[in-house]
Ligand binder design. Structure first.
Ligand code: FES
Length: 65
């Protein structure tokens, strides 16, 4: 399913990106361009990001906050 229509990014691509180590929305934006144009996809992208992160990524990103 397309999440970011502006950049043609699917939920699968976001999940693959998270599996390769991306753990924040800003990283997703830099890697795929998700949310970099109109921004309407950001909420859905964050939801997929949070669902896809491994427990280690959650601990790591919490430590950075
Ligand atoms: S839908 Fe993702 S930036 Fe517009």
């Amino acid at each position: 399913m397309y999440i970011c229509v502006c950049n043609g990014i699917t939920d699968r691509e976001i999940r693959q990106c998270v599996a390769s180590g991306v753990c924040s929305m800003s990283d997703l934006e830099c890697s795929l361009g998700v949310g970099a144009s109109c921004g309407r996809c950001r909420e859905a992208a964050v939801e997929i990001l949070e669902q896809s992160r491994s427990p280690a990524q959650v601990v790591f990103s919490s430590a950075l906050a």
